[in-house]
Design a protein around this ligand. Structure first.
Ligand SMILES: [Ca+2]
Length: 323
């Protein structure tokens, strides 16, 4: 005899879970098996028995409105008509075994909520509240995800900015350390000065007097510095003016030098002419009689204005008015 059993369509056989106290499991423990089959063998006459068990998993999701799953096997043999299994908890004979499935609206709500509720209304109210919170949480998650994406996209920029900020921080820290060192040194000097002042038996009044004198000296030094600066500016202006005048003078000197050179050339030319004439005259004097030499009326060896005066004294007489 054998047993055949097809689990409820809203459940699935757990492959490998089929056991029997007699015979052999021929279906249900192999990969891909969806139904159960057991070859029981031959039962003892007059009260023999075999126990067959298997597990199913209730489908998830489960169809709404259905609150049970059913199972019924069929036992077959060579010497009897097929027999349908019986639910032993009911009076009816050969009826399918029904198993309650927690699938009421409250059950569904409780599963959604993840906790037990006293009634459907309370459960739905709690679920609505959680759903609203979930919407808010999802929105926040979306914003966070967007920020994360943006941050990822700008990661290199962020890292660059971070590097710059770290460099600035390092520089600021170094500057701060230097300032603190200077402050510490100043404080040490102040302490030393106070100690010196105490040791010298000085007083605050004397110190103030010195300070006032130092202030006066400082003011005077500042005034002197201002005056020095004014003088310097004036000297610079004078230097510029003198430089300009020097340029003008040098230009005039250059022009005068050119004129002088030209005059020297003319003088040289005139001197040459005079020397030439004198040479001719000397030639005349050396070879008399020469008519050209008769013009030296004064006999001084040169033909000049004296000769012209003598010449005029012969031909030109002053006209005296008739008395
Ligand atoms: Ca029954």
């Amino acid at each position: 005899m054998s047993l055949a059993d097809l689990p409820d369509p809203n459940s699935s056989l757990v492959v490998g879970s089929v056991t029997t106290t007699m015979g052999t499991v021929i279906m249900g423990n192999g990969s891909g098996d969806a139904a159960v089959g057991v070859d029981i063998g031959t039962l003892d006459s007059g009260g023999g028995s075999a126990a067959i068990a298997f597990d199913v998993l209730v489908n998830e999701p489960f169809p709404p409105g259905i609150l049970t799953i059913a199972n019924q096997g069929q036992v077959s043999g060579s010497n009897f008509a097929p027999v349908m299994t019986d639910d032993p908890s009911t009076v009816a004979a050969h009826d399918a075994t029904l198993t309650q499935v927690a699938n009421t609206q409250l059950d569904i709500c409780e599963r959604d909520l993840g906790q037990c509720g006293s009634d459907l209304f309370t459960c739905e109210a709690a679920k609505s509240e959680i759903t609203a919170d979930l919407v808010i949480a999802n929105a926040a998650l979306g914003q966070t995800g967007a920020l994360l994406n943006q941050c990822t996209v700008n990661e290199s920029q962020c890292q660059t900015a971070l590097s710059g900020a770290q460099t600035s921080l390092t520089q600021c820290t170094a500057t701060r350390d230097q300032c603190q060192a200077s402050l510490s040194q100043s404080q040490s000097l102040l302490v030393q000065c106070s100690a010196d002042l105490f040791q010298a038996g000085g007083t605050l009044a004397a110190c103030n007097t010195n300070l006032t004198q130092a202030g006066v000296a400082l003011t005077e030094s500042a005034a002197a510095l201002d005056q020095c600066s004014s003088s310097l500016q004036e000297s610079v202006a004078n230097l510029a003016s003198t430089t300009a005048e020097l340029g003008t003078t040098e230009a005039a000197l250059a022009s005068m030098t050119q004129e002088r050179d030209a005059a020297e050339v003319k003088i040289s030319e005139q001197d040459a002419k005079i020397r030439s004439l004198q040479a001719r005259l000397d030639t005349c004097e050396g070879h008399p009689p020469n008519l050209a030499c008769q013009a030296d009326l004064s006999g001084d060896g040169m033909v000049n204005f004296k000769d012209l005066g003598l010449f005029k004294s012969v031909f030109f007489k002053k006209c005296e008015p008739t008395p």
